[in-house]
Design a protein around this ligand. Sequence first.
Ligand code: KG4
Ligand code: ZN
Length: 336
Amino acid sequence: MAEKLILGIETSCDETAAAVVDRGRQVKSNIISSQINLHREFGGVVPELASRKHLELLDHVIGRALKKAGTDFSQLEGIAVTYGPGLIGSLLIGIVAAKTLAWALKIPLIGVNHIMGHIYSNLLEHPDLKPPLLCLTVSGGHTDLLYAPEWGQYQILGRTRDDAAGEAFDKVARFLGLGYPGGPAIERIAESGDPEKYSLPHPDLGSDRYGFSFSGIKTAVINLAHNLEQREGQIPEADIAASFQKTVVDILLERVAAARQDYPVEQVLLAGGVAANRYLRSRLEKMLKEEGASLYYPSLEYCTDNAAMIAGAGYFLLEQGQVSSLDLDAAPSLKL
Ligand code: KG4
Ligand code: ZN
């Protein structure tokens, strides 16, 4: 079958990424230049620095993606780019590059919603996945539980009212002095801690069966740590991290279980940076298996921000005729 290559570009936060994907499924290259080291000393992403770094790196990253894929600009069928949600300055760097390429090469420009990209990341390795399904997207900026009766049709069941799941990991890690990004740091230290040691509050969201809220847990962790430090002279980081991680995962599982009661699908997808968490994966996998359902999640390189997922989702949109015009603008607060 003839190749249909899409170049994906992702610059919504702190990864400068470009990828070439054939027919929306086969990843030919997936180049990610992470700015983590740049932002680490500030304990989080500094938007101004991020956009400047994207500008500096993007050309080079695109060049590497084409080279690794063994192709060149003339072979591309379209340019897919994240246009939101994300940091406005960072998004604009990717969008301007994508528009310029699409215009110069006279090929379609496809604006992609970053969250849709995360969901789509599951198809890169499970190309035969078919709805109906539930998808839990848990990243640094989002916690969305959705039901998809068909590809392209999404019904949001619940989202977070305050902090995203990954944001809670990052904030708790920062408070415990574990560094940035917080998710992997908490996961690592939690391995040597006791998840049952401290009980942390579950949010009471009344009749909202699928909603999320993580800021209360974060505050409870901070209060607990202060009290323990005063009483015992030190903060038991591993036990706190393990108890925190368990509470967040308990809540995520509760919501998925509630959604499966109302939407009894057999397939559940996990997407977004927090999907990299092995404790979450294994607990969710176990729960679903016991109920006769299956869990799908992307491998690590496709969990956190990458451009292969953007090229994949872009191909799907192109096939549906959903291309963008050259006046595509950044949409920092874009929702699904
Ligand atoms: O999807 P992503 O790369 O960027 C956004 O779209 O936000 O997600 C980044 C988030 C960060 O909050 C990071 O701490 C979290 O994903 N994360 C993790 C793990 N790896 C990354 N959270 C928990 N456990 C992990 N292993
Ligand atoms: Zn993301």
